[in-house]
Ligand binder design. Structure first.
Ligand code: TYC
Length: 112
């Protein structure tokens, strides 16, 4: 998907016969950001969630523990905010590692 949309100069002048084909406006679409969300469950060990937050979300051990405890208490929490592709990759890596370890930890993403 292109981040740029080229608008030919018929915005003010809808008469196509007057369209010179000269580009007079370029609108830049700001990139979207996505929250990567961790969901609480009763079975995934706290240490595993803390490990995931350090490994895939570049959190310090202290920050990882803080986010994990927040998710544990509130039911869900934000692991980070990223571009679509980066968020998608982190969701995949987290869910994949959870499955490999047979833990029910779930990670999703949501547009900001
Ligand atoms: N609630 C889990 C426990 O008590 C820990 C946990 C925290 C699980 C965060 C998932 O996203 C999560 N072992």
């Amino acid at each position: 998907m292109s981040r740029f949309r080229i608008v030919l100069n018929h915005e003010d002048e809808p008469d196509e016969s007057l369209d010179t084909g000269v580009i007079d406006k370029v609108e830049i679409q700001e990139p979207s950001f996505y929250k990567v969300i961790l969901l609480n469950d009763d079975f995934t060990p706290m240490d595993f969630v803390t490990h995931v937050l350090q490994k895939f979300f570049n959190k310090s051990p202290e920050a990882a523990k803080q986010v994990m405890m927040d998710v544990h208490k509130k039911g869900q929490g934000i692991a980070g905010v990223f571009s679509f592709e980066v968020a998608e990759t982190k969701v995949f890596l987290t869910n994949n590692l959870s499955k490999q370890n047979k833990y029910p930890l779930k990670c999703t993403m949501e547009k900001e």
